[in-house]
Design a protein around this ligand. Structure first.
Ligand code: URA
Length: 205
């Protein structure tokens, strides 16, 4: 971890991270991306196949869903900073040349915590949107369920000290759930958009 972190320094330093074994099979570490002055941080799980190659979060299929949902919620892309709980892609095996994603384990989330904390200390966002269960569990513990907390303003967890804690946290579905939902794709997408609308409404201008 750099002595005096900045976002570019974190991006460089994460390439040397050996806090867990995930670096071995990943192309690179992927820190967050977006406006450093963003009011809103969108927190996903981990980079996927395309993010691992590109070195940027949410540039693959789930990222396209997220882009559409942000646009439909009336959120300008420059108002958000996108990042992930885990900075290296966890995968094993391939299907049609795509590497198959495996959700990170608790030990990977714990090992990556200093990187996320460092980003949040620098960004000092007003609000954080948790995209899916991994992000929720990373902040609130293993029993966290998105479905039980959706649509509510959650307080920043006390065991996660930052100088300027976000005023609220909102949990919603991960955009990849829209891609996986066969029968209820539109409904799942509409739910994501509705939650993002709530989030933007909570931002003070
Ligand atoms: N899914 C995530 O959670 N993060 C990404 O960056 C891409 C897909």
């Amino acid at each position: 971890m750099p002595d005096r972190p900045t976002l570019p320094r974190l991006r460089a330093a994460v390439q040397e991270c050996r806090g867990c074994e995930l670096y071995r099979d990943a192309t690179q570490g992927v820190m967050g991306d977006g406006d450093p002055d963003a009011d809103l941080v969108l927190l996903g799980e981990q980079p996927g196949d395309q993010e691992d190659r590109a070195g940027a979060p949410f540039v693959g299929p789930a990222g396209h869903v997220l882009d559409d949902a942000l646009a439909d919620a009336g959120i300008a892309p420059e108002r958000v900073f996108r990042t992930n709980v885990v900075k290296h892609f966890r995968w094993s095996g391939t299907r049609e040349k795509r590497r198959i994603h495996h959700s990170p384990k608790q030990q990977h989330v714990a090992a990556c915590r200093p990187w996320l904390d460092a980003e949040l200390r620098l960004l000092r966002p007003q609000g954080v949107v948790l995209l899916g269960g991994t992000a929720g569990k990373a902040l609130y513990g293993a029993s966290f369920k998105v479905g039980e907390c959706r649509g509510r303003r959650l307080a920043w967890p006390e065991d996660r000290p930052v100088d300027a804690p976000p005023a609220w946290v909102l949990a919603t579905t991960h955009p990849s759930a829209v891609l996986r939902a066969r029968d209820q794709r539109q409904e799942t997408y509409d739910g994501l958009v509705a939650d993002l609308r709530l989030a933007v409404g909570w931002l003070s201008r």
